[in-house]
Structures are given as structure tokens and as C-alpha cells.
Design a protein around this ligand. Structure first.
Ligand code: FE2
Length: 350
């Protein structure tokens, strides 16, 4: 059923409060014609109730001719803000931006964040926002895991399906997503609840075997057969299996860019209210399926861009792939055992 507008407004008020919005703050609502009107209204009302100075920045929508499908992650890099310096300046002037349009993976977003402006992405349907309303407990659990990942020099992933993957770490920072933006220059996404980093350039290697039921985004499909990815020197070098491997291979080749095969962010899910099953109950155009990215105990692996952390790979193809039932280790600490979060203790749901 649908969340009513009053509930949605109250939820935005909670998230903006957690994001330290008060009467001293200016809040920009970034939107386009496809933004959810309920979300735009609720964000505006909540920011006003908190006493903030509120304004909207509406941009014409942008679709790259190469993009396939409507998923917001199906084409990365260029957005409606690309080259629009006046709009960028208007956004940089805000203390906080509620992004109902999707700037993620764009260099412009990084420039805005560098000015100290905070960005909260909110593009999932209101009912998904409601189920995964962020809490301070979510942040505490993600930060407990981040304290371990930040110091780590190696992540290894194994599974009974045959995954055996190693990623030396240290070159790139750890990124946390807990659903609100309480620090200057912070980006976050409501809903979320996971963490990740990037392998050192050209060092990740091994094999990842996607098992039946693992999730491929932006396809929004559950794998029905195993897909094997071979990884050498930081790049996927072979994709094999049956039809689904062929589909993935052909999709990535379509972009005609060797950088699409680079390993992007890797990490694990810590959000118990995100559900592996949720994607099956939504249409493909309902949102970007953060459930798949955040469900508790997943291994979230991805390919393509690394501009979020200052890397040079600005490539349009970004696959997020959520694997279940993996064993994940960071250095000597096993953090996930067969898809169950086991450490650190403060990252587990009590
Ligand atoms: Fe991703």
C-alpha cells in the first residue's frame, strides 16, 4: 500500500534532523520531471518545518543516446548537470541538497561535495524509504565495520559456489552509507546501510562465481544459473557460463570501453530491513533496488567507475552485483560467514 503524505513528511523530518538541518541551514531540492512528486513535496515541507531556507533547482532531464533501460545507474558519468555551471553554483550554495534526480557517479557531484555541501540522494519509492528509514543504530553498526575496513590491507571472498577473490586495499578510502548526511561534504543515500572501498588499482584477482539467486544490477535480475567472472590485475578478463554469462558479456561489450571491466567498489551489506526478496515484488522502473545493495550479509561487488573517490575511470557502464552466502575476510578478521555478519560484534544486529 502507499505511504501517505503526512507519514512521508514526518520521515523526511526525521532524516533531515539526523542530517543536522535547522534554521541556520539552506536546503536545495534538486529535481527533474521524473522526480517522485511525493518525495519532492515531503522533502520541501520537512525542511521548511525545520526552519531551513529552502529552494528548488529543476533541471531538464538528460538521456545519453548510448543508455539502455531506464534505471538510474544504467548510464554513469554524464548527468543533467554536466556543463551547467550556473546550476552547479546554485547547488554549491546550499548547505544540503536533497537529490531526487540522481547525480551519483558524476564529477560534478564530487565538485559540489568538495565545497562542504552535503548531498542526500532519495530516489527510491516512498514505501521503500519507509521500510528503511535510517536510524542512529544503523550508523553505529556501519561505522563499527568501517573502523575495521579502514585499516585493512586485504579483502578476500570465498564461497561454496567457487568464488575465490583477493583485493589488496589501502589506496582508496572506505565509504559508509547509513542513510543521512551529518558531516560537511558528506554524500549518502536513503535507503542504505552498507560500506565499501575500492581495490588498489590493478591488483584485485581471482574468481567470482555468481550463484543462482545472486542479483545483477541494473538488470534487476536474479541469476538462474551460475556465472563465472575471472579477474586479473584489477579487471574482469573472462565471463563464462551459459546464457546469463553471454548476456552480461554482450551488455558490457556494448559500451566499447575497456574500462568497464575495471573492478569498482567492493563491500558488504549491513541493513537488516533491506531484503534479498524485495526486488521480486517491484517493477523494474520502481527504483534502483537499494534492497539488493544493502541486504544484511551480502557481498556487493561492482565494475566500472571510480570517480567517487577521485579515480580516473569515468566509464558509463556500472554493474552492481550482490552475492549471497559468501565468506568475507578483511585481513585476518572474518566479517561475514556464509552470508551472516559475524564481526565486528558492534556491526551485528542484536
Ligand atoms: Fe555501485
Amino acid at each position: 500500500m502507499a505511504v501517505n503524505q503526512s507519514q512521508l513528511g514526518q520521515m523526511f523530518e526525521q532524516v533531515l534532523r539526523l542530517s543536522k538541518v535547522d534554521a541556520s541551514q539552506s536546503v536545495a531540492i534538486l529535481k527533474s520531471h521524473y522526480s517522485d512528486a511525493r518525495t519532492v513535496q515531503a522533502a520541501t515541507d520537512a525542511a521548511l518545518r525545520l526552519g531551513a531556507k529552502v529552494y528548488s533547482v529543476e533541471l531538464p532531464s538528460f538521456n545519453h543516446p548510448t543508455a539502455m533501460g531506464n534505471d538510474m545507474t544504467a548510464y554513469c558519468g554524464d548527468t543533467a548537470l554536466t556543463g551547467n555551471i550556473a546550476a552547479q553554483k546554485a547547488l554549491e550554495a546550499a548547505d544540503l541538497i536533497v537529490d531526487t534526480m540522481m547525480l551519483l557517479h558524476s564529477p560534478e557531484q564530487e565538485q559540489i561535495l568538495k565545497t562542504g555541501t552535503r548531498i542526500l540522494l532519495a530516489v527510491e519509492p516512498p514505501e521503500v524509504l519507509a521500510r528503511m528509514l535510517p536510524t542512529e543504530e544503523d550508523k553505529a553498526r556501519v561505522m563499527a565495520a568501517a573502523a575495521v575496513l579502514e585499516k585493512a590491507r586485504m579483502m578476500t571472498v570465498k564461497s561454496s559456489a567457487g568464488s575465490d577473490f583477493r583485493a589488496p586495499l589501502g589506496q582508496y578510502p572506505t565509504v559508509t552509507e547509513y542513510g543521512y548526511v551529518d558531516e560537511p561534504g558528506r554524500w549518502d543515500h536513503w535507503p542504505s546501510g552498507f560500506l565499501f572501498t575500492w581495490p588498489n588499482e590493478e591488483q584485485a584477482e581471482g574468481v567470482l562465481v555468481l550463484d543462482v539467486g545472486d542479483i545483477l544490477l541494473p538488470f534487476k535480475t536474479y541469476a538462474r544459473e551460475r556465472i563465472t567472472l575471472e579477474i586479473e590485475k584489477g579487471f574482469v578478463t573472462r565471463i563464462h557460463g551459459g546464457f546469463e554469462a553471454e548476456y552480461l558479456r554482450d551488455y558490457m561489450a556494448y559500451f566499447n570501453d575497456p574500462e568497464v571491466y575495471g573492478i569498482s567498489h567492493i563491500g558488504w551489506g549491513l541493513q537488516p530491513r533491506a531484503q534479498w526478496t524485495a526486488m521480486g515484488l517491484h517493477d523494474k522502473n520502481d527504483g534502483m533496488c537499494m534492497d539488493a545493495r544493502a541486504f544484511y550479509g551480502n557481498f556487493l561487488f561492482s565494475t566500472g567507475p571510480n570517480t567517487e573517490v577521485g579515480g580516473t575511470r569515468k566509464t558509463p557502464c556500472h554493474m552492481d552485483i550482490a552475492l549471497r552466502r559468501c565468506d568475507i575476510r578483511v585481513d585476518d578478521l572474518q566479517v561475514v560467514a556464509e552470508g551472516e555478519v559475524v564481526a565486528p560484534a558492534a556491526s551485528r544486529v542484536r
